[in-house]
Design a protein around this ligand. Structure first.
Ligand SMILES: [Zn+2]
Length: 266
C-alpha cells in the first residue's frame, strides 16, 4: 500500500511538472507575441536599458563602471534618430537608452559546446535573469542589454557578444577603456538590432561583410574602399578580403534589409 501511494505521488508530481512546463511555455509564447507586437510598431520610443557589469573582476573595469552614465550613450540615441529618420520613422527619440542599476547577478552565459537542449535551457535561464532585473525609475524596458566590461590588458580577445530577439536581451562584451567607447557603442547597437529581429550580414568564417546587404554603399564605384559599415555587416570593407572595425557610430549606417527586418520599412 505504501509503495503504491508513493508511486501515485510520483505520477502526480510528474503531471504537475508537465503542467508547470506547459504553463511556462504558454507564458513564454504569449510574452514573446506581446513584446514583438509592442516593439516593432515604432509609434512610441523604444526603451533600452543597459546593465553595467564587471566582466573580469578587474579594478580597471570597476573604475570604468564608476563613470558609467546615460550621457556616455547619448551617441546611440542620436545614431538611431538619424538612421530611423532616413527610413521615415517620425519620432524625436525612436530609441531611448538608459543605464539600469547594477544587477544582483551576472547574466547566464551561453553553453560553449551544448546541444539544442542546453541552449534551450540557457535561453530559459536568460529569460528568468531578465525578468529579475530592476528597470529603475523609467517605464519597463523593451530591450535589456548586459554590458560586461573587461580590462583590455588582460583580455586581448573578448567572447562573442550576442542579442536574442526571442528574449529581447543582449549580452555585450566591451573594453573598459575610454579609447574603446566608440567601438563599444557600435557593438551595443549591433546586438540591439539582433534583439529587434535583424540578422547578421557577414560571413561567420571570415568575418567579412556580405555583398550587397552587409555593405553601406553596395553600388559604390569603385567598390573599395568603403567609407562606412552596415551595422549588421559589422565592418568597413577596405579591399577584397580586408575589412576593419568601425571606430564609432559616425562610420555606421543601417542598410535597407536590416531596416526592413526591424520594422522601419515594408
Ligand atoms: Zn551579430
Amino acid at each position: 500500500m505504501a509503495v503504491r501511494s508513493s508511486r501515485q505521488q510520483g505520477h502526480m508530481l510528474r503531471h504537475l511538472r508537465i503542467i508547470f512546463l506547459l504553463l511556462l511555455l504558454a507564458a513564454v509564447i504569449l510574452g514573446q507575441w506581446q513584446a514583438r507586437s509592442l516593439v516593432t510598431s515604432w509609434e512610441t520610443p523604444l526603451w533600452v536599458l543597459l546593465y553595467p557589469i564587471n566582466g573580469d573582476g578587474s579594478d580597471v573595469a570597476t573604475n570604468d563602471l564608476n563613470t558609467f552614465d546615460d550621457l556616455r550613450f547619448s551617441a546611440l540615441e542620436s545614431f538611431f534618430r538619424r538612421e530611423a529618420g532616413r527610413y521615415g520613422i517620425d519620432l524625436d527619440e525612436p530609441v531611448v537608452v538608459r543605464v539600469g542599476p547594477v544587477p544582483d547577478a551576472p547574466p547566464p552565459l551561453p553553453p560553449t559546446d551544448g546541444g539544442p537542449l542546453a541552449i534551450a535551457w540557457w535561453s530559459l535561464k536568460l529569460r528568468y535573469w531578465a525578468f529579475t532585473l530592476d528597470d529603475g525609475d523609467g517605464p519597463p524596458a523593451d530591450v535589456r542589454i548586459a554590458v560586461r566590461y573587461f580590462d583590455p590588458a588582460g583580455n586581448p580577445r573578448l567572447p562573442h557578444s550576442l542579442g536574442l530577439a526571442e528574449v529581447r536581451v543582449g549580452i555585450v562584451n566591451a573594453y573598459a577603456d575610454a579609447e574603446y567607447r566608440g567601438s563599444n557603442r557600435v557593438v551595443i547597437a549591433h546586438e540591439l538590432l539582433h534583439a529587434l529581429g535583424a540578422s547578421d550580414k557577414y560571413d561567420p568564417t571570415s568575418n567579412l561583410p556580405r555583398h550587397p546587404d552587409g555593405y553601406a554603399e553596395p553600388d559604390r564605384q569603385p567598390r573599395y574602399p568603403q567609407q562606412k559599415a552596415e551595422l549588421m555587416g559589422g565592418r568597413i570593407p577596405l579591399a577584397p578580403g580586408e575589412a576593419r572595425i568601425a571606430g564609432s557610430l559616425d562610420e555606421v549606417i543601417v542598410g535597407p534589409l536590416s531596416a526592413r527586418e526591424i520594422g522601419w520599412s515594408d
